[in-house]
Write a protein that binds this ligand. Structure first.
Ligand code: ZN
Length: 282
């Protein structure tokens, strides 16, 4: 897992919002013009608190809440201006970064999550920093849930929160006695020096999105695909399958991070003692 690159404030986040607001019908536009000042205050507050990883302190705006429908209409009824914003967010990310959902790393990110839920914070419905590319499964699991009952954030904000550079996701491979299948069991381990409060947020993210379970579910198919690639490599006269996997793992680590589950799985397979016995069985 790696952080995403946030859009810069040039042009400002408010200007980007205005492009969307001004592409709406006159009745929506007029209503939103009447709450412009509270919207600007809320935008400023978001940018400030997000940068210091303190979004939980941002309070709802009662004034904005009175125009919730008009604000949410900006997202729910997309215009070219909103499509352009989404495109800009995606195109800013490093190449291949969005091949997998940034929140889980499992599937394509075909939707956008509102980090601060639009149901409670309609003013952030099209705020650039509040829109996180993600897959539909993560989006539906997270839904409007973002704070615990004690007011702590439960999910990583992929533009701002800290993610350890050191490996923190590990896997144990277990092959069945007849060697017909390999299971994968994932676990999280806090890197020394990574602060406990940041670790608590990261583990909450994994727990709430059921990521370890999802990785294990996907693990068998992923292993079969990797081994099939090794077999084709050997049949074509390629050298060591272990070396191939190490190189592929290094490539995935560069793009997706050392703790992306596919990186971790590939690296574990590259040093797996029964690798040479497994490949012919594919
Ligand atoms: Zn996802």
């Amino acid at each position: 897992m790696k952080r995403l690159v946030p859009l810069s404030n040039t042009p400002s986040y408010v200007e980007r919002y205005l492009r969307i607001r001004d592409s709406k019908s006159a009745d929506v536009r007029v209503e939103l013009e009447s709450i412009h000042r509270p919207i600007v205050r809320q935008y400023d507050s978001y940018a400030l608190q997000a940068a210091s990883r303190n979004l939980e302190v941002v309070r709802r705006s009662q004034r904005c809440a009175t125009s919730a429908n008009a604000l949410r209409h900006c997202y729910d009824s997309p215009t070219n201006a909103l499509r352009a914003l989404k495109k800009e967010i995606k195109e800013l990310q490093p190449r291949r970064q969005l091949k997998y959902c940034p929140m889980c790393g499992v599937t394509l990110p075909k939707t956008f999550d509102h980090y601060m839920p639009a149901a409670r914070f309609p003013e952030y419905a099209v705020m650039a920093l509040n829109l996180i590319p993600c897959c539909s499964q993560c989006n539906s699991i997270k839904d409007d849930d973002w704070l615990s009952t004690s007011g702590e954030r439960q999910f990583l904000h992929l533009y701002f929160d800290c993610i350890p550079e050191e490996q923190y996701l590990f896997v144990q491979l277990l092959s069945s006695a007849d060697m017909r299948g390999v299971g994968a069991s994932f676990e999280l381990r806090r890197p020394s020096g990574f602060r406990r409060n940041k670790w608590s947020l990261l583990t909450s993210h994994y727990k709430r999105l059921k990521l370890l379970e999802r990785f294990s579910e996907e693990g068998n198919e992923e292993i079969a695909e990797v081994l099939a690639g090794c077999k084709a490599h050997l049949q074509a006269g390629g050298g060591s399958a272990s070396l191939l996997l190490q190189n592929l793992a290094n490539d995935r680590a560069t793009v997706y991070g050392d703790s992306h589950w596919r990186t971790v799985l590939m690296r574990a397979l590259s040093t797996y003692s029964r690798l040479d016995q497994l490949i012919p069985l594919i």
